[in-house]
Design a protein around this ligand. Structure first.
Ligand SMILES: Nc1ncnc2c1ncn2[C@@H]1O[C@H](COP(=O)(O)OP(=O)(O)OP(=O)(O)O)[C@@H](O)[C@H]1O
Length: 243
């Protein structure tokens, strides 16, 4: 459903960004993009979302149209002067904003009792729930998520990962999730692409065979985590520091 060939986006005479990216994403898959800081993950999502057109290579999306893509960021980016209900409806085209469609999505993210609250009265988790509903109300084919839970505390983060999973189970939305968090990638994703370098390139692709929902910290995920840490050279660096 999404195919990316030889994708490249660099800045200032070939510094940073990413290059040589080839991806093929199937309908309903959750794909993880994992990598160290500065390897071009956010830049890749910006290009895939259509926010940045200055790239080389090709991107082809089935039913090609940018309203088929939803995007969610690390911070909820809500409009402070609009209620939860209006922030969610804001995802829709102007003429559709007065419909009752928001109710389905309010319910989906568990905020039915908060529709008239304003962003200043929401916890971080509730604000991100609102952002999830706003991103999904257009029923995008692909949801792009740029570290959506990284600013949340550990418990809220796990709750929202479970919420995302339950939404995926109901809607089977294709998702591409950029994250620093190996546990998050292993808990949610079907395949994980590890990016390395500056400009970033795909260093490795990991298929997570376990059916979802998965057991956090279970034997299979722990083994995969050790493997990913090894690929990212994290163990070596940590050991080196103690020498
Ligand atoms: N508009 C821009 N102009 C110049 N350089 C940029 C621009 N956007 C990003 N970069 C550079 O591209 C590199 C990749 O940035 P990007 O934010 O995509 O990385 P990232 O992997 O998402 O990092 P992090 O995990 O820290 O968010 C960085 O070195 C950054 O400075």
């Amino acid at each position: 459903m999404l195919k990316v060939n030889s994708l490249k986006r660099t800045f200032n005479q070939d510094t940073a960004g990413f290059q040589n990216i080839n991806l093929s994403v199937k309908k309903g898959e959750i794909i993880g993009i994992l990598g160290t800081s500065g390897c071009g993950k956010s830049t890749l999502l910006r290009v895939l979302s259509g926010l940045d057109h200055n790239y080389e290579g090709t991107i082809s999306i089935e039913n090609e149209s940018n309203d088929q893509i939803g995007m969610m960021f690390q911070e909820p980016r809500l409009l402070p002067w609009l209620s939860v209900r209006k922030n969610i409806s804001f995802g829709l085209e102007k003429e559709k904003r007065n419909s009752n469609k928001y109710k389905t999505y309010l319910d989906l993210v568990g905020l039915t009792d908060f529709e008239n609250h304003y962003p200043k009265d929401l916890s971080g988790g509730m604000a991100q729930r609102t952002a999830i509903a706003r991103a999904l109300i257009t029923e995008p084919e692909i949801l792009l998520l740029d570290e959506p839970f990284s600013a949340l505390d550990a418990f809220t983060k796990m709750q929202l990962q479970d919420l995302l999973l339950s939404i995926w189970q109901k809607k089977k939305t294709t998702m591409i999730l950029v994250t620093h968090d190996i546990d998050e990638a292993l808990y949610l994703c079907d395949r994980i692409f590890i990016l390395k370098g500056q400009p970033g390139e795909v260093y490795s692709e990991i298929t997570v065979e376990k059916e979802k929902p998965r057991t956090r910290g279970g034997g299979y995920l722990s083994k995969q985590k050790a493997h990913i840490l090894h690929l990212l050279n994290v163990e070596k660096k940590a050991a080196g520091e103690h020498q």
